[in-house]
Write a protein of this length. Sequence first.
Length: 114
Amino acid sequence: VQLVESGGGLVQAGGSLRLSCVSSESILSGQTMGWYRQAPEKQRELVADCSSGGRTNYADSVKGRFTISSDNAKNTVYLQMNSLKPEDTAVYYCAAKYIRKEFWGQGTQVTVSS
């Protein structure tokens, strides 16, 4: 499975970005699709994910600001990020997690200036 992220960039605090993750395989194969991020000198953390049953889960720090969604016909998962803060600056990764394996994209940089 190949995952390709796009949509990162530089934005001012309070602005918005939408990240996209295109999968080479169907996103309706029982996996959980998620977005993770890693800031410099910090561990990678979950931002949001969505199970195959449609259940979503968000980190407390992004609740009410970020929304994960998908377009199954396009095998694409999105992360809409609003009211961005400087602390949201990180490399954002898309992940597809199956029962026994997982796949990761190459990451896209998001930088929020104050």
